[in-house]
Design a protein around this ligand. Structure first.
Ligand code: ATP
Ligand code: MG
Length: 559
């Protein structure tokens, strides 16, 4: 499938293309504006692909700007992780990394200007009172008793707030817009709050911090952002976004455009909830391979190309919906199908003795790293008298259509000979210990004489096989919408089987693999050598995804 045939409409790209064609815009500047209060997740990947993608496709620029107005919840580790994730996805921001906090002086000056223009005031109402005065969707708000303070008094009080003369929550600076506006965002929104907190960029310089609304649009304007793309929940903030631009001497006029956020089933994408999973030790950190974080998906084995393709398949629209996680699995499968070298690895080892081979038999097969990719070269596969096969590929009493191994039945060893099971060796408890099989030495690269052998199974030499720790991951949640029901804790929906560790035996070439190298373990799935734990002494592979593609199947049916 080519990426063109699977990419979905992107109304923002269409719109901006038109603006460029009609000469209404010269060149675009977009931005990706994360708050450094957690790791990026798959939803952010959509926003990154959109913002950086537009700049890439339409010949513009994209800034990375940390929206760092809430020092209490922000940390340097998040800044570092976010930068790393964006670069890993294959995007590069233009110029230096930017911080909203570097505009704090300018924002403060603009706040003073609003006061001087009679468009902002210091309010003494506390948070609860402010809520009360704000009114509801059906009732207008009421003006605060402090709304008509003089410019001089407001300037003096605001200066006092800045100098740390008041306690947190004692006062705020608010815009003076319209307490009766049908849009609650325009009912005198908060511009500055008192926070006696140290900031990761500006240190102890500030005792007051601007609100998101007062920061975002002006930062866009300072940077010459042309299209400020955000998710739909900011639609109702757009009038406020524009109000600031109209009432301040900003150097440019960015335009806000909203799109629907990405929701995935079986997944939570709230940073607060993801942080809870980390803090409570439900997962092993932000980059646990079960996390929908970019770093988790990376560790799980996703490629940048697969995530970019997924975002392309999802498209950009204003209609909210839930994307099936199978689509994400499909995106990584189709990438790895083409790009991951093959290897054999037996998950549940069952010993097979090839009785007609001599004790010291050793034969090396040269087999392709990938069936369709000559550039991946060849790998060496030794065959000895004793091999491992997967227990699931043998049945003592097979049903009719079982084309694998059974007593008296034949099967082909992948890349090697056809063997027949002559004997089942059991221990005292009656458990199968080994199989005795004979090799048909006439069957290398050709069908056996006069009979058809349908099944092919994977195997590993017992003498040369290497132990591998395999981490099989499944969805972290067992229900499609873990956070839909407000009365049920989303943690109640955790899937207790989301991680299963098994010890398998892999073909010897795996001993040479490096961290983050990906493979198709034939007949099993796609696996990625763990970024942290894999080494030549301890081979650790994460299952990225199994082989079976539920999404492609469903598509074919519906087409
Ligand atoms: P959360 O509300 O989950 O804590 P956030 O959305 O506030 O996170 P930010 O760091 O502010 O996180 O997000 C940076 C950018 O990514 C914003 O422009 C935001 O709109 C966008 N974004 C966040 N989540 C999604 C999503 N699920 N789909 C698309 N874009 C998203
Ligand atoms: Mg946000």
């Amino acid at each position: 499938m080519s990426s063109e045939s699977t990419s979905a409409p992107n109304f923002i790209r269409t719109q901006i293309r038109e603006e460029i064609e009609q000469g209404r815009v010269d060149s675009i500047v977009t931005r990706f504006p994360p708050e450094p209060n957690g790791f990026l997740h798959i939803g952010h990947a959509k926003s990154i692909c959109l913002n950086f993608g537009l700049a890439e496709q339409l010949g513009g620029q994209c800034h990375l700007r940390f929206d760092d107005t809430n020092p209490a919840r922000e940390e340097q580790i998040y800044i570092d992780a976010i930068r790393e994730d964006i670069e890993w996805l294959g995007f590069q921001w233009s110029g230096e990394v930017r911080y909203a906090s570097s505009y704090f002086d300018q924002l403060h000056e603009w706040a003073c200007q609003l006061i001087r223009d009679g468009l902002a005031y210091v309010d003494d109402l506390n948070a609860e009172q402010m809520r009360e005065y704000r009114g509801t969707l059906t009732e207008p708000g009421r003006p605060s008793p402090w709304r008509d303070r003089s410019v001089e008094e407001n300037l003096a009080l605001f200066e006092g707030m800045k100098n740390g003369e008041f306690a947190e929550g004692e006062k705020v600076l608010r815009a003076k817009i319209d307490m009766a506006s049908p849009n609650i965002n325009l009912r005198d929104p908060t511009l500055y709050r008192i926070r006696h907190a140290s900031h990761h960029q500006s240190g102890d310089k500030w005792k007051i911090y601007p609100s998101y609304d007062f920061t975002h649009g002006q930062s866009d304007a300072i940077e010459g952002i042309t299209h400020s793309i955000c998710t739909l929940e900011f639609e109702d903030h757009r009038p406020l976004y524009n109000w600031f631009l109209e009432n301040l001497p900003v150097p440019s006029r960015p335009r806000q455009i909203e799109f629907a956020r990405l929701n995935l089933n079986y997944t939570v994408t709230s940073k607060r909830k993801l942080k809870l999973l980390v803090d409570q030790g439900v997962v092993n950190g932000w980059d646990d391979p079960r996390m929908p974080t970019i770093s988790g998906m990376r560790r799980r084995g996703y490629t940048p190309a697969s995530l970019r393709k997924f975002c392309d398949m999802v498209g950009v629209s204003r209609a909210s919906g839930v994307v099936d996680i199978q689509m994400l699995y499909h995106a990584i499968r189709s990438d790895l199908e083409d790009n991951a070298p093959r290897a054999m690895c037996v998950m549940k080892p069952l010993k097979v003795v090839l009785t007609n081979l001599p004790e010291d038999h050793e034969e090396i097969f040269e087999v392709p790293g990938h069936p369709a990719r000559e550039d991946m070269g060849m790998r060496q596969l030794p065959l000895n008298r004793e091999i491992w096969i997967d227990h699931e590929d043998f049945m003592e009493e097979p049903p009719k259509k079982f084309f694998r191994l059974a007593p008296g039945k034949e099967v082909r060893l992948r890349n090697a000979y056809v063997i027949r099971c002559d004997d089942v060796i059991k221990n005292e408890q009656g458990e199968i210990e080994a199989l005795h099989c004979s090799v048909d030495l006439e069957t290398l690269g050709q069908n056996p004489e006069g009979r058809k052998v349908k099944g092919v199974i994977h195997w590993v030499s017992a003498r040369h096989g290497v132990e591998v720790e395999v981490r099989n991951y499944d969805n972290l949640f067992q229900v499609e919408a873990p956070d839909r029901d407000k009365d049920v804790d989303f943690l109640d929906h955790l899937n207790a089987q989301s991680l299963e560790t098994v010890y398998g035996i892999g073909e010897p070439s795996l001993a040479q693999s490096g961290a983050e190298q990906r493979f198709q373990f034939e007949r099993v799935g796609y696996f990625c050598a763990d970024r942290h734990d894999h080494s030549s002494d301890r081979l650790v592979f994460n299952r990225t995804v199994s082989l079976k593609d539920g999404w492609a199947k469903a598509q074919n049916k519906s087409n």
